[in-house]
Design a protein around this ligand. Structure first.
Ligand code: ADP
Ligand code: TRP
Length: 321
């Protein structure tokens, strides 16, 4: 089963991204043919700083490799290394009714937030459809905000197939029902736009500062504490098995420890959990040539599939070669 996912090269990742998205990707890697690419063309809709885009692209590759994307199991490449996707994007545009794009929530939300609308932002879902259909992906794991984009992809594919024959595989989206929203340091959803994140890769000092900022109720040290609605407990829980959770609950109920102790414990849990990833990241940062080689290999594999598919599509629409 082929699964495809695109990663926005958007800089620093936080533990909400890890538990909300990256962990699922790693699960898919073990049970499917995972295609994973860094969506640098998509990033162009909002990122206009060339140096930042170049840096973020390599940085995203390094981060995902560090967190466990294994090039032996999955195909990892940079979107712009396979130009066929842009040709397909244009061809699919001719099968995309304006109304379909005008209804896209993601576009409407961005415009409502005051982001100035340009054509790339508007036609973003068509490029996403090309990403998915070019590789005959069957499953697209997404967060809730991206479901509509996969539905648009299906609509475009159906329209094309109705006119030209069964050329594209119809993809299904997959959201993970088990994902909870990871709270940020203020208890609201952790998000880089709210400034309440705990970052995945940071210094120990900074991690201490970020966990130290978590809002907790004020209770005397000796008093028993409520764990169920405690932001620190809820973050610790992500890293603990059943026995670990019970042990921590007992510490809350016993009293005698303050929230400062639990914050310190959380810091340790995070620091330990990502120790191996941190080492791998340091390694890849020092060996960028290896990263580029992995991306080259991935692009080669993706290109072979893309070339074959595009020949079929060109024939179907009448491109003369
Ligand atoms: P941010 O809100 O920080 O900008 P993104 O929108 O870039 O994060 O999200 C990237 C991925 O991480 C998405 O799949 C999203 O669902 C997931 N994600 C982000 N924040 C959280 C969170 N607090 N809890 C669970 N998943 C999250
Ligand atoms: N739009 C997706 C996001 O913002 C990224 C993406 C681009 C993507 N192309 C894709 C995801 C194809 C899945 C499949 O997160």
């Amino acid at each position: 089963m082929r699964v495809i996912t695109g990663i926005q090269p958007s800089g620093t990742l936080h533990i909400g991204n890890y538990f909300g998205a990256i962990k699922q990707m790693l699960d898919f890697q073990d049970k499917s043919d995972l295609f994973i690419f860094i969506a640098d063309y998509h990033a162009l809709t909002s990122l206009k700083d060339a140096e930042a885009l170049r840096k973020n692209t390599i940085d995203a590759a390094i981060t995902y490799l560090a967190l466990g994307i294994d090039p032996e199991k999955s195909t990892l490449w940079v979107q712009s290394d396979v130009k066929e996707v842009l040709e397909l994007y244009w061809i699919l545009s001719g099968y995309t009714p304006m109304g379909l794009l005008e209804r896209a929530h993601s576009y409407k939300d961005k415009v409502a937030k005051g982001i100035s609308a340009n054509h790339a932002l508007f036609s973003y879902p068509v490029l996403m459809a090309a990403d998915i259909l070019l590789y005959d992906a069957e499953i697209v794991p997404v967060g809730k905000d991206q479901i509509q984009h996969v539905e648009i992809t299906r609509d475009i594919a159906i329209k094309f197939n109705n006119e030209k024959g069964e050329i594209f595989t119809l993809p299904d989206f997959k959201t993970d029902e088990n994902i909870q929203t990871v709270p940020g340091t203020d208890g609201a959803k952790m998000s880089k736009s709210y400034g309440n994140t705990i970052d995945l890769f940071t210094t120990e000092k900074q991690l201490k500062k970020q966990t130290g900022k978590i809002v907790t109720e004020s209770v005397p040290m000796e008093a028993p504490k409520e764990y169920a609605n405690c932001n620190v407990y809820n973050l610790c829980k992500l890293f603990l098995d059943e026995a670990g959770q019970q042990e921590l609950q007992a510490r809350y109920q016993r009293g005698g420890e303050g929230h400062g102790h639990f914050k310190m414990y959380l810091k340790e849990l995070i620091w330990d959990h990502f120790a191996e990833a941190r080492e791998k990241r340091a390694y890849y940062l020092d060996h960028e040539d290896e990263v580029r080689q992995i991306l080259d290999e991935g692009a080669k594999k993706a290109s072979a599939i893309a070339r074959e598919k595009m020949q079929i599509v060109r024939d179907a629409v009448g491109i003369y070669r």
